[in-house]
Design a protein around this ligand. Structure first.
Ligand code: IMP
Ligand code: MG
Length: 180
């Protein structure tokens, strides 16, 4: 794998696709075990845009009835969080009375999942479970329980597999880290 250039920054290879896929296998196995034979139809919520590849790969592996919904949030500017979570596109369906499995690409400060959980409860979700491909444990400091975590990574800025730097880099199948 080679380094990639996005806008003014260079990123070097960090996590190969093969390893990402194995992490998704693990998350899917845990979800399948927990939701097997459930009598309701849970909502799988894709948090756009970052989770688009993760949600697609995860869905293919789930074998219980589910309904896909999405919404779009935004909190990052460049390589920094603004601390403010903006709802750029509302929920594509009704979660009232439903169990919701939130599909996140990455949990960093946790601001996003805290406001998501609050929002989903306001809209009448009966249960909210958090599922994230990646977690930066050194930064995460919120009380919200992370039910399914694919992989932990150090506190670094990454792109690829759905993650972007100012809208670029989402299309790479591997993950790259900012080259200092
Ligand atoms: P949090 O609200 O600080 O937990 O940040 C979560 C959101 O910020 C994620 O859903 C991503 O969209 C974005 N984000 C966090 N860390 C990174 C990163 O290293 N690269 C790209 N986007 C990131
Ligand atoms: Mg995101």
């Amino acid at each position: 794998m080679d380094k990639i250039q996005l806008h003014d920054k260079t990123f070097r290879p960090f996590i190969e696709n093969e390893k990402i896929e194995r992490a998704i296998d693990g998350v899917a196995a845990r979800l399948n075990a927990d939701f097997k034979g459930c009598s309701d139809i849970p909502v799988l919520l894709c948090v756009l845009n970052g989770s688009i590849l993760f949600t697609a790969e995860l869905m293919k592996r789930l074998d219980f009835p589910l309904e896909l919904m999405s919404m779009k949030l935004s909190s990052y500017q460049g390589t920094q969080t603004t601390g403010q979570v903006l709802e750029v596109m509302g929920l594509t369906g009704n979660v009232e009375g439903r169990r919701v499995i939130v599909c996140e690409d990455i949990v960093d400060t946790g601001n996003t999942i805290v406001s998501l959980q609050h929002m989903l409860e306001q809209k009448g979700a009966t249960e909210v479970r958090i599922c994230t491909l990646l977690l930066k444990p050194e930064v995460y400091d919120k009380p919200v329980k992370l039910d399914y975590v694919g992989m932990e990574i150090p506190n670094a800025f990454i792109v690829g597999f759905g993650l972007d730097y100012d809208d670029l880099g989402r299309n790479y199948k591997d993950i790259y880290v900012l080259d200092k």
